[in-house]
Ligand binder design. Sequence first.
Ligand code: ADP
Length: 261
Amino acid sequence: LTGQLQQAQKLESVGLLVSGIAHDFNNMLGGILGYSGRGLARISTSHPLYHNLAHIHEIATRAAKMTQQLLAFSRRQVLEPSDVDLNKVTKNLIEFLGKILADHVDIVFVPDPELKMVHVDYAQIEQVLMNLCINAHDAMAEGGCLTISTRNIGYEESLRISHGEIQPDNYILLSVQDTGVGMDEQTRSRIFEPFFTTKEVGKGTGLGLSMVHGIIGQHNGYITVESEIGKGTTFNIYLPSVEQNRTVPLSSSYPFDESEQ
Ligand code: ADP
């Protein structure tokens, strides 16, 4: 028992140390990102230093992603949910990504104009989307297309995805699809494990998708992955819509809603 206690204490102090360092680095990176972003917005793309600046900005973005993952990992975050329009979150993020991702990746957004609101923690969902997009970008070193789409999903699909748990018509789907290298089954089965990465040292922490998985779970959502080597990968995220969260769960004696078609 003493051994276990010591181990727990050690882990706790490592966590504190990591979060302390990550916190300071995050602030410094904020400065680098802010200044390089402002610089990029002011100089023309033909300026001889434009690409250097863009490179600084991209590397700082990666470093910020890592420190944020370390921060999120070393302390459990409390959710601060509000009603959020995922089309808006996606649009803002795409604008940002358009500036930092390499030119060889096309970004396409296919929003559902009737998309229902979701009750989520804005910063955390943004983090989820950001992680998925950066992974997609990494998977398309040779170029390709990143497609993000949103959709209200229907009854049949809800039931299929949730194995019967989802109530009809009350979920939305957020898809992030790439035409990148894809994954084999062995990789696919491990991607949500903390610290699992196939990237070289310094490029990946292996924490991105385990965080994504944790955040979606905390929001009572679901995540599925389809991938094929050489073809690409699709992450599907299902989140309860606002109506779903506010609805009193159906009593078990009424397994089928009368309004069901
Ligand atoms: P990291 O990006 O730091 O490696 P993640 O947890 O985000 O950590 O991803 C874990 C692994 O999952 C990656 O190293 C990669 O092998 C695989 N992966 C994630 N997204 C994709 C994708 N869109 N296409 C191909 N492989 C992917």
